[in-house]
Design a protein around this ligand. Structure first.
Ligand code: C2E
Ligand code: CA
Ligand code: CA
Ligand code: CA
Length: 277
């Protein structure tokens, strides 16, 4: 037994070391990633559920590392938030997404909102509002087409700095949405206070629409609540027609998911025509 516990102990520490090493590798490799142009953005349409036409596009970062291959955002975004690298990465995403959207507009596509994920760390950075302002100026994108997605956890940080940033961002004319809605611990009072334009129902609830779990009750309650508070609702992760029909019936405004379209590179020519009604 002594031997056994020693083994399991060393196995445990070995795994811990490996995890730390992976993190350190990612953190180190991230340093050169911006410089070496290793990031790209995939875009996923968001569909207006009453017209069936795309009304927005979400920008989702991808990291194509020369040896590690495609590293998913869930693996490097948290690391970059801890190391502070998210500031440079987030700046790149914001600029690239806005300039691509302006390009689409110039090519004659019907304009749509561009939705960019913003980490709490970015939002609390003193220069963030100025960054957004200068990106809009440099790219020539009208503020009304930019939407920033922040997760619910932002609402737990009840700081003056944050309230001030949100107020200034709204004043620029952009819109704001709460991502992954329903997974956090939002006080309903904050929701009113911050005046968000939209909530995005987390895909875990949308997926539960098909099962006997509470997906139907939760999604329809979020829709009613958001509408009563003057916000629109986007459902994430729609994968089939059963989920879609339910959300349409419950008057959800917009939807996003593999059922319509997977996230794709900007230069994919079939991108705009492939979208199903
Ligand atoms: P998110 O903001 O909730 O983004 C939606 C995620 O759901 C994306 O994963 C998307 O590819 C995926 N998805 C879309 N439709 C479906 C569907 O029908 N079924 C399923 N199963 N999944 C679907 P992705 O691209 O891997 O991104 C993961 C997370 O990484 C994002 O979650 C977001 O929190 C973060 N992220 C991505 N890009 C950025 C970025 O530029 N900045 C920051 N701060 N975070 C980002
Ligand atoms: Ca998002
Ligand atoms: Ca989400
Ligand atoms: Ca998420």
């Amino acid at each position: 037994t002594k031997k056994y516990s020693k083994n399991s102990c060393s196995l445990f520490s070995h795994e811990l070391n490996k995890e730390t090493a992976d993190r350190l590798t990612i953190e180190r490799e991230l340093k050169s990633a911006v410089r070496n142009d290793e990031f790209l953005i995939h875009y996923q349409p968001i569909i207006d559920l009453s017209s069936g036409k795309p009304s927005a596009m979400e920008a989702l970062i991808r990291w194509n590392h020369p040896e590690l291959g495609m590293v998913p955002p869930d693996r490097f975004i948290p690391v970059s938030e801890e190391s502070g690298q998210i500031i440079a990465i987030g700046k790149w995403v914001l600029f690239t997404a806005c300039s691509q959207t302006k390009k689409w507009q110039n090519q004659g596509y019907a304009p749509f909102r561009i939705c960019v994920n913003i980490s709490t760390i970015q939002l609390q950075h003193p220069n963030f509002v100025q960054l957004v302002k200068s990106v809009l100026e440099e790219t020539g994108l009208d503020a009304k087409w930019l939407e920033l997605e922040v997760t619910e956890s932002i609402l737990l940080e009840d700081t003056e700095i944050l309230k001030e940033s949100l107020r200034k961002l709204k004043a620029l004319g952009i819109s704001m949405s709460i991502d992954d809605f329903g997974t956090g611990f939002t006080s309903l009072n904050y929701l009113r206070q911050f005046s968000f334009d939209r909530v995005k129902i987390d895909r875990s609830f949308v997926q539960d629409i098909n099962s006997d779990l509470n997906g139907k009750a939760i999604t329809s309650t979020i829709i009613t609540l958001a509408h009563k508070l003057g916000m629109e609702v986007v459902a994430e992760g729609i994968e089939d027609s059963v989920q879609l029909s339910y959300l349409v019936k419950e008057l959800c405004n917009e939807g996003q998911g593999y059922y319509f379209c997977r996230p794709q590179a900007a230069d994919n020519h079939d991108f705009f025509v492939e979208i199903k009604k």
